[in-house]
Write a protein that binds this ligand. Structure first.
Ligand code: HDE
Length: 741
């Protein structure tokens, strides 16, 4: 179905009235399906929930104007009662999140692999709803916690809802669902004092991890810059588990799902993340909202890695083990379609909070594997909604309804919405003509892939799951030097917060299995030695009556030395679309330069804000009035990707003397961002700490390696500055660590 446009609502920043029409918003089958459930109060009378018009919403009904309030006041009671019950339990994990609507389109029919209609029909635009999230923090916690990010996508297909409930990392901490409550109890705030919020840097988490060697690979990801995305729009997504595709002939293949962001994969620095958490805890939520609101729609390509059924045992790891990825060098990712997020929700609670994802929301042509983590998830996601959304009818909430009709014999329960007609609510039945009837496979009925299983019933784990370290090492070896340093720093930070020395030692024993240099660097930072009794340290997870042969990690060496796809250093760096650029200015600023650079940056897709000592307007050197977006008091360099200082004698003198302006630049330098200044603004840079590190010349080469450009020619400056911003960060700058910002 083609995307249609209708008039939508938005916020007019200059008007008092919200809900001012702000152009068109894309509509799709799901948006139309939501329409009967949406309400717009513009121009309407206020009523009670029974539709009675309200005459006075300011005063309760009293015995005299100073008198006691009367129990009779049904309007007061209704309003307060509803308010008293407004909250629902937050998600037990992934409580903090942000959602958006969009569409998915497949490039070419994938019928050879899967019969899923939405992956066959190139004309179909499948509506999607996506929710990004952190994992450990509560609903009101910061977006910039060091954490895994959830990446849950619902496709509203013509065959029912398909949910791809993934993360921004391709592996997981544990191999078996039975360990999930332990993992989450360990990472959540400690139960006696509910500290710390949205952080893994505490004893219980690392206690559990140090006793769970299977988490090693995931720990490398979680301690890497992947855990600090610059934006939800700049993260990869992964289905994590191995799934199955099944084609119309019944031929199955294994599949791993990927989302590849067209803007590339980018991160912020840890120090920056901590600052953002204070300056704007809604940083990712705001970033997603603003991008969609401004029409810069985030896009991802859906990728698949396909492994034929007969190759199941071809790899040196088990395809069913969720702590392993399939290196892209072994099985390339084929990009089969594109998702575009093009519409913000109308109501956070109704849509983003009430959406209930579940791996078991599946369509014909896609099926599960026996990954024991996946199998456990198939139970959890419906079960958890019973508490969170209050009963079994959560599928009737508008955001959860499929765009195709629902007919079955499930009935009643709290808050039932559907009015099912007829006498029968059972099957088979003769009275109702045996409807609703079962669908044959050829009619679209879902038939599970008839995998042959012949096995004993055991509580056990396959020996093929016991290589705990080789892919952790592969990940570490695949990182660039700055990325490796960040991992070392992250581990030193996190374990530095751990009070129990024995936990730190156990972690060093694990790190020593991954990379000796990494373990040594972290040991140095912690001021302790790598324990000598490594084997003993590693085997502490073995139960007292357990045979080490059944539990101990296997030492396997990856046949692959490196995999470039695992590093963010090689990601897309060709655009500055939606990057935020600060221009520092004051009265007397050189208007010509400012406008020239601003225009060039904006034409390249950047978002520019003018920052000055105070709000209102500044008067430029040619008397032009320039609107100020943020004052230095309210703004912070950590909320921007790059900074430019135009010339103009008075402006330069003001900024040079302004501690906040100098701090802004120092901090931008510390966080490795692109910095530009007109030549006659050089004295502002001279006031910074990094003036000693200014390059000798400003050729394209130096700008691309050092990220700083100074020029007296606005056009040249803009061109080089834009190239520098596209590089994202100049991590090499971190080496000399003497920046006072
Ligand atoms: Fe989840 N997970 N999970 N998870 N998960 C939930 O479901 C669970 C796992 C993921 O934006 C919960 O509706 C178990 C892996 C995302 O609404 C809950 C296990 C991956 C979201 C649950 C896992 C995920 C959740 C909490 C181990 C990546 C947020 C609220 C067997 C592939 C979805 C809810 C949203 C949410 C259980 C492991 C991703 C409790 C038992 C692996 C993105 O059901």
């Amino acid at each position: 179905m083609a995307t249609k446009k209708v008039t939508g609502k938005g916020e007019d920043k200059t008007a008092d009235t919200k809900n001012v029409s702000k152009g068109t918003q894309p509509v799709n089958d799901k948006i139309e399906n939501l329409a009967p459930h949406t309400a717009d109060s513009t121009g309407e009378f206020m009523t009670t929930n029974t539709g009675l018009k309200i005459n006075d919403d300011q005063n309760s009904l009293k015995a005299g104007d100073r008198g006691a309030t009367l129990l009779e006041d049904f309007i007061l009671r209704e309003k307060i009662t509803h308010f008293d019950h407004e909250r629902i339990p937050e998600r037990v994990v992934h409580a903090r999140g942000s959602g958006a609507h969009g569409v998915f389109k497949v490039y070419e029919s994938q019928s050879a692999l899967t019969k899923a209609l939405f992956l066959n029909d190139t004309a179909a635009e499948t509506p999607v709803f996506v929710r990004f999230s952190t994992v450990a923090g509560s609903k009101g916690s910061t977006d910039l916690a060091r954490d895994v990010r959830g990446f849950a996508v619902r496709f509203y297909t013509q065959e029912g809802n398909f949910d791809l409930v993934g993360n921004n990392m391709p592996v997981f901490f544990i191999q078996d669902a039975i360990k999930f409550p332990d993992l989450i109890h360990a990472v959540k705030p400690e139960p006696d004092n509910e500290i710390p919020q949205a952080a893994s840097a505490h004893d219980t988490f690392w206690d559990f991890i140090s006793l769970t060697p299977e988490s090693s690979h995931m720990i490398m990801w979680a301690m890497s810059d992947r855990a600090l995305p610059r934006s939800y729009r700049m993260m990869e997504g992964f289905g994590v588990h191995t799934f199955r595709f099944v084609n119309a002939k019944g031929v199955a293949s294994f599949v791993k799902f990927h989302w590849k962001p067209l803007l590339g994969v980018h991160a912020v620095a840890w120090d920056e993340a901590q600052n953002i958490s204070g300056k704007d805890p809604d940083f990712h939520r705001r970033d997603l909202w603003d991008a969609i609101d401004s029409g810069a729609f985030p896009e991802w390509e859906l990728g698949v890695q396909i492994v034929p059924e007969e190759d199941e045992f071809k790899f040196e790891f088990d395809l069913l083990d969720p702590t392993k990825l399939i290196p892209e060098e072994l099985v390339p990712v084929q990009r089969i379609g594109k998702m575009t997020l093009n519409r913000n929700p109308d109501n956070f609670f109704a849509e983003t909070e009430q959406v209930a994802f579940h791996l078991g929301h599946i369509v014909p042509g896609i099926d599960f594997s026996n990954d024991p983590l996946l199998q456990g998830r198939l139970f959890s996601y419906t079960d958890t909604q019973l508490t969170r959304l209050g009963g079994p009818n959560f599928q009737e909430i508008p955001i959860n309804r499929p765009i195709v009709p629902v007919h079955n014999n499930q009935r009643d329960g709290f808050m039932r919405q559907t009015i099912n007609k007829g006498k029968t609510s059972y099957s088979p039945n003769a009275i109702g003509g045996n409807d609703p009837r079962q669908a044959k496979e050829a009619e679209g009925g879902f038939v599970s892939y008839p995998e042959r299983i012949s096995a004993s019933k055991v509580r056990a784990r396959s020996k093929s799951f016991f290589d705990h370290f080789s892919q952790a090492t592969l990940f570490f070896n695949s990182q660039s030097e700055p990325e490796k340093n960040h991992i070392t720093d992250a581990l030193s930070f996190e374990l530095g917060k751990v009070k129990t020395v024995a936990i730190r030692e156990r972690m060093l024993a694990i790190l020593a299995q991954i990379d000796k240099g990494l373990a040594a660097a972290v040991a140095y930072a912690l001021g302790i030695h790598i324990p000598e009794n490594l084997a003993e340290q590693l085997n502490q997870n073995i139960p007292a009556d357990g045979d080490p042969a059944d539990y101990a990690s296997l030492q396997v060496e990856s046949s692959l030395a490196q995999s470039t796809a695992l590093s963010m250093a090689y990601t897309v760096k060709d655009s500055i679309q939606t990057r935020k650029i600060a221009i520092l200015a004051a009265d007397g600023v050189n208007e010509k330069s400012l406008t020239a650079v601003k225009t060039a940056v904006e034409s390249a897709g950047g978002v520019v804000e003018i920052i000055a000592p105070r709000l209102g307007f500044i008067t430029a050197d040619n008397d032009a009035k320039i609107h100020v977006d943020e004052s230095l008091l309210g703004a912070a360099s950590v909320l921007f990707d790059a900074v430019y200082v135009p010339g103009g004698t008075n402006s330069v003198a003001t900024l040079e003397a302004d501690a906040d302006a100098v701090h802004f630049l120092n901090e931008a330098f510390k966080h490795c961002k692109a910095i530009a200044a007109d030549s006659d603004a050089a004295q502002v840079l001279e006031a910074t700490y990094f003036s000693k590190k200014l390059p000798d010349e400003y050729s394209e080469e130096t700008v691309l390696s050092e990220g700083i450009v100074l020029s007296d020619e606005a056009k040249k400056l803009a061109t080089l500055f834009i190239k520098a911003i596209a590089q994202h960060r100049f991590w090499e700058r971190e080496k000399p660590r003497k920046i006072p910002a």
